[in-house]
Design a protein around this ligand. Structure first.
Ligand SMILES: [Mg+2]
Length: 260
């Protein structure tokens, strides 16, 4: 039995490189086979929604399927024995209700956002089910500028937060992020924090890489500087290889360290 019982891996940028063929590498496939053979659990913890997460995972063609998909940085789905993705009802329902309430109480902020986006062609408002859910910018530097402004606007809204990933930003309740979703998964499965490896590359991965929810945080070589710093500060591992090969490298590093 490995001391790592749960792998929580981001998908885009962490398992697949942007603009790549999107398939699993031989090295990461070996890690997955070993992990599953020893009873390990694999969760893909992504900013993608369920439909796109399933699409990505199917194209990835790993030798084993993930046991869980954590989607939109907050919802939890488990794979049933017949391969269907089933919601963790209690968690997801509470998550939807708390976001309904949050967004209901954030109309003034959304009014400001609409007028702000009207004046700036590089900022588009993203909607889901007819409701504002986030922002997409043309470039990452526009996103950085927007985030600076947003931080000031939400300073007095204690529950209002966001998850940021390249040119995409999703509004969120402050209690919901990749870290808290991972924490809930561990609670349900009875897995301890010191049995969890978490791997990510971008801002939206920070909540699962700061050591609170996974004792073994890591990132591939292509991770942004903020992720590398967070991983190192939490005593984790920064790989020398990019994407899935980097995650495999970190997994081997933690194994070797543990068995010394
Ligand atoms: Mg990513």
């Amino acid at each position: 039995m490995s001391h790592l019982r749960l792998l929580s891996t981001d998908f885009d940028g962490t398992l697949i490189e942007h603009f790549s063929h999107g398939r699993c590498t031989a090295d990461f496939a070996d890690v997955l086979r070993h992990h599953k053979k020893h009873g390990g659990v694999w969760a893909v913890n992504t900013g993608r929604g369920l439909v796109h997460a399933i699409e990505g995972v199917e194209k990835f063609q790993a030798p084993v399927q993930p046991d869980f998909l954590l989607t939109n940085e907050r919802e939890i789905f488990h794979r049933s024995s017949d391969g269907r993705w089933m919601p963790e009802k209690g968690w997801n329902q509470t998550c939807y209700e708390r976001h309904d309430e949050l967004f209901e109480n954030s109309q003034a902020l959304f009014d400001w956002l609409r007028s702000h986006a009207d004046l700036r062609p590089g900022i588009s408002i993203a909607e889901e089910d007819g409701r504002i859910c986030g922002v997409i910018t043309s470039t990452e530097s526009e996103m950085a500028e927007f985030v600076d402004l947003l931080e000031k606007k939400i300073a007095l809204l204690p529950d209002f937060s966001y998850q940021r990933n390249t040119i995409y930003l999703r509004f969120a309740h402050r209690d919901y992020h990749k870290g808290s979703a991972l924490g809930e998964l561990c609670r349900v499965l009875g897995i301890r924090h010191d049995e969890v490896l978490a791997a990510g590359d971008h801002f939206n991965d920070l909540p699962m890489l700061d050591g609170r929810f996974a004792a073994y945080p890591c990132c591939p070589s292509n991770a942004i500087p903020e992720v590398r710093e967070t991983v190192l500060a939490a005593g984790g591992h920064v790989a020398s290889l990019p994407a899935a090969n980097g995650v495999a490298e970190s997994w081997r590093f933690f194994h070797t360290e543990h068995n010394k």
